[in-house]
Write a protein that binds this ligand. Structure first.
Ligand SMILES: Cc1cc2nc3c(=O)[nH]c(=O)nc-3n(C[C@H](O)[C@H](O)[C@H](O)COP(=O)(O)OP(=O)(O)OC[C@H]3O[C@@H](n4cnc5c(N)ncnc54)[C@H](O)[C@@H]3O)c2cc1C
Length: 373
């Protein structure tokens, strides 16, 4: 009993189906629409709104702390590690230009790597900061990192050393995703919520998505942008889920913390958010347990976060925890960059953005859109 209008405008074959309305899926749809404005593009999202890592993250607009970057240089070699920094840096510029700083709540607050007193990592990083700055000159044209130990007291931290990067900032991830969604819909992409995809099948003319609870959607092409949830749709994928836990304090009167802060080679991260402290990380304390798509928090990791809060970030303060949450990232099994590849002639996978999707999401999406063009 389907009318011709329903068939032609809603239920018939789309030119492009995108699974997942995170930063990757929505930017894929936007790029594809801009490449070919007449295409009928539909994004399907299982949540009532985007509900993956893109709306659970810490909102760091960053490209790596000195400890992380030196680790990457040693592990991957200069060409790969520096290529990745450049990709992140370009991604951040494109994100800001595309959506606008006001719309995404961008604040150019700068970033720090925090080293507690006596931290052996400090010695390793201090001896090589010049080498790192030199390596990054090809991308930025000037030194990126400097020591700013003199600011420790002003920020209210209990720490030994601070490495400073003026180029980092923070975003409001909720504003970012709202702005992106509005842009995508405003440019004519259809976004359908509360539609979970159970499996997909390649057809002679395209692809069919089998939906949870029954029903199908057909498209000439599809992009799967489900990041940490990818294995449910692509069982052989080398992308594993990685849960990240976060806590947010109640407002802290006179909070002096300002900026984005990385600690312990990026395993902990914190920032101020409207007079509160937003703090996340600790996944390394239970890697096996946190390799899950299940949402939730655990006493082990929440206690570690609270311990960091009381020893380093707000020493001597008693503060209420207002909110706790978790989000699911997608990591390649052996590290490595995000995957953008054909799974079949009509289906492309764009996933595995790790902990840096705010920076690289827009560029991963562009490659996916070009691949299905
Ligand atoms: C706690 C935490 C902190 C982080 N902090 C930062 C940070 O400060 N800076 C930074 O750059 N990055 C950060 N990240 C990483 C960043 O958030 C991710 O890399 C990025 O959001 C990934 O975007 P995505 O669109 O690929 O995936 P997601 O945002 O996860 O989107 C995937 C979407 O697919 C949907 N979906 C899944 N399966 C199906 C299905 N079968 N059918 C339909 N829909 C489906 C999901 O509901 C979800 O909305 C953080 C992540 C977490 C979890």
């Amino acid at each position: 009993m389907e009318s011709i209008w329903e068939h032609r405008s809603f239920s018939g074959r789309a030119d492009l189906l995108v699974v997942g309305a995170g930063i990757t899926g929505l930017f894929t749809a936007l790029h594809a629409k801009r490449q070919s404005p007449l295409l009928r593009i539909t994004v399907v999202e299982r949540g009532m709104h985007p509900c993956g890592a893109s709306v659970k993250n810490a909102g760091f607009a960053c490209f790596g702390s000195p400890g992380q970057l030196l680790h990457d240089l040693d592990e991957e070699g200069a060409a790969t590690a520096l290529g990745r920094v450049e990709e992140r840096w370009r991604g951040l510029q494109e994100l800001r230009q595309t959506l606008g700083d006001d719309a995404i709540g961008y604040a150019p607050v700068g970033g720090y790597e925090v080293f507690p007193a006596g931290d052996p990592q400090y010695v390793a990083v201090a001896g090589r900061l010049g080498e790192l700055n030199q390596a990054l000159r090809g991308i930025f044209g000037h030194d990126v990192f400097s020591w700013q130990d003199g600011r420790i007291a002003a920020l209210g931290l209990h720490a030994g050393h601070l490495a400073w990067n003026a180029l980092e900032g923070s975003v409001d991830s909720g504003m970012l995703m709202r702005a992106l969604l509005q842009r995508v819909q405003g440019e004519g992409v259809e976004v359908r919520f509360s539609i979970g995809v159970e499996r997909w099948e390649e057809e002679a003319e395209g692809v069919v998505l089998h939906l949870q609870g029954g029903g199908t959607l057909r498209g000439r092409r599809a992009v799967i942008a489900t990041n940490g949830y990818t294995r449910a749709l692509v069982p052989g994928s080398d992308i594993l889920p990685g849960r990240g836990q976060v806590l947010l304090t109640a407002p802290v009167p006179g909070l002096r913390l300002k900026g984005t802060f990385h600690q312990d080679v990026g395993y902990y991260y914190y920032r101020d958010f409207h007079g509160r402290v937003l703090l996340g990380g600790g996944r390394h304390l239970d890697k096996a347990g946190e390799t899950t798509t299940g949402e939730g928090t655990t006493p082990l990791i929440q206690e570690a976060l609270e311990n960091l809060l009381h020893t380093t970030i707000l020493p001597g303060h008693t503060v209420r925890i207002e909110r706790r949450w978790s989000g699911i990232m997608g990591f390649r099994t052996h590290g490595g960059p995000p995957v953008v590849e054909h799974l079949s002639p009509h289906v492309v996978l764009a996933a595995g953005l790790g902990g840096i999707g705010v920076a690289v999401g827009i560029r991963v999406a562009r490659r996916a859109a070009e691949m299905v063009a």
